[in-house]
Design a protein around this ligand. Structure first.
Ligand code: SF4
Ligand code: SF4
Length: 427
């Protein structure tokens, strides 16, 4: 039944109880990137909760200002970390975005652009075809030629394209990797979609490091997008379909943990239990899979280091990916894992809680604020003069690389650990 007094439909609207948890204290405002940029109340967490409250009472329609302010939210969840009242803005946002997708008619160009993203990114085969075209495009000199004439969104998307290496894009990971000594843990690895095609090296390093630390690693061939992009963008049908496929793939494996090396994917997979909570066929299966999901650094931090590490006299800055730090609360483990490397000096960034502007598809659909946040993050990185920047999310790696340039190399934490264990050129 749809409540005639609400602008939301009755399918999982933001709940009145969660909305009422906000006491309007404003403690979250300084950590909100969009409030930092524009100083507008309606672009703060408190303002957005107020808008949701009005919509829940039917006092504002979803089209127009409501959608603009919700669209402008990065979904970075810095407000969840900073809220002393425990307001679950993550649950509120994930209930609100699908309502917008169901009820608000987007401009044709906006809809087509979003549809194109969802027709490409979650599919490995299509991404591989795009990698071939992307390589030809990068070598043609066209990117520089078109730089000035492309619309802002396409310009941003083009600038984020990583240097394409076809050998990596088409490489397959071994399905089973065994440790040389006794097995301490049996784990499954999510190889993902974008990660599998453009960051194959991170997946390969993850397998090597886990094996070196005594884990047997199973990497099912038939797997793909976990639904994170859809979940964070309000495309609920997409997220549910991908979640079911991923659950069906991983629940069958006899493993202690499901290891994820992408912050956004890990946070989504931990939310499967909530996403499918009222689906009688999937609720319990989702709960079991969610309970096994661990970021790779969470798992490594649980294991007493076994593989000897080479000394690395390097000053390393660590950037907390929002979906690892704010959404999963995983902050200490990546740092603890990096500190197992002798000689490595770990430094934190100023304004560490502020998002870099990547935020799933945000830097493609909202290129202007994403550019400001990217430049600000790059300035904060330069301020601590590291020799290496480390972060656990491919979106952050691409976004920060764009604004930082090539002076400071960027790596995933497992790549640094892999180099310490196996040497810079691998085993
Ligand atoms: S979300 Fe939390 S910190 Fe922000 S205004 Fe509401 S109660 Fe205060
Ligand atoms: S999720 Fe991030 S951008 Fe959105 S309201 Fe919270 S702090 Fe602001």
């Amino acid at each position: 039944m749809t409540d005639p007094t609400s602008s939301f439909d009755s399918h999982h609207p933001p709940s009145r109880e969660l909305l009422d948890d906000c006491v309007h204290c404003g403690f979250c405002l300084p950590t909100c990137p969009t409030y930092q940029l524009w100083g507008e109340e309606m672009d703060s967490p408190r303002g957005r909760i107020y808008l949701m409250d009005l919509a829940e009472r039917g006092e504002i329609e979803l089209a127009g200002a409501f959608t603009e302010h919700i669209d402008a939210c990065l979904g970075c969840m810095a407000c969840v970390t900073s809220c002393p009242s425990g307001v679950q803005y993550d649950r509120l946002l994930e209930a609100t975005r699908p309502q917008i997708e169901r009820h608000v008619e987007r401009k044709t160009s906006d809809r087509l652009f979003r549809d194109a993203i969802f027709a490409l990114f979650p599919y490995r085969r299509r991404l591989r075809a795009a990698a071939v075209l992307g390589l030809a495009y990068q070598k043609s000199g066209l990117p520089r030629l078109l730089e000035r004439v492309l619309p802002a969104r396409l310009r941003a998307t083009q600038a984020l394209l990583p240097p394409v290496r076809l050998r990596e894009a088409f490489a397959a990971l071994p399905r089973r990797v065994r440790p040389s000594g006794p097995v301490r843990r049996r784990v499954a690895l999510l190889s993902g979609c974008v990660q599998d095609v453009f960051f194959h090296e991170v997946n390969a390093a993850t397998q090597r490091v886990l094996a070196a630390e005594g884990c047997e690693v199973l990497t099912p061939r038939r797997q793909g997008c976990c639904g994170a992009l859809g979940l964070h963008a309000g495309r609920e049908d997409h997220a549910v379909e991908r979640a079911r496929e991923t659950i069906a793939t991983f629940e069958a494996l006899p493993v202690d943990a499901i290891v994820v090396n992408v912050a956004g994917c890990g946070s989504s997979m931990k939310e499967y239990a909530t996403l499918l909570a009222d689906d009688p066929e999937w609720a319990e299966r989702a709960r079991r899979v969610s309970a096994k999901v661990r970021d790779v650094t969470e798992l490594l931090a649980e294991l007493e280091p076994r593989a000897p590490r080479r000394r690395m006299d390097t000053r390393v800055a660590y950037h907390d990916a929002c979906h690892l730090g704010h959404a999963q609360g995983v902050r200490d483990q990546p740092r603890a894992v990096l500190r197992t490397i002798p000689g490595l000096e770990l430094v934190d960034l100023p304004e560490a809680e502020l998002c870099c502007g990547s935020a799933g598809i945000y830097n493609m659909v909202q290129p202007e604020p994403a550019a400001e946040l990217g430049a600000r993050k790059a300035d904060n990185v330069r301020a601590v003069a590291p020799e290496l920047l480390v972060t656990a999310n491919p979106g952050c790696l691409l976004q920060i690389r764009r604004y930082l340039g090539d002076d400071i190399p960027l790596r995933h934490p497992v790549q640094v650990l892999d180099a310490a264990i196996h040497g810079p050129n691998g085993p």
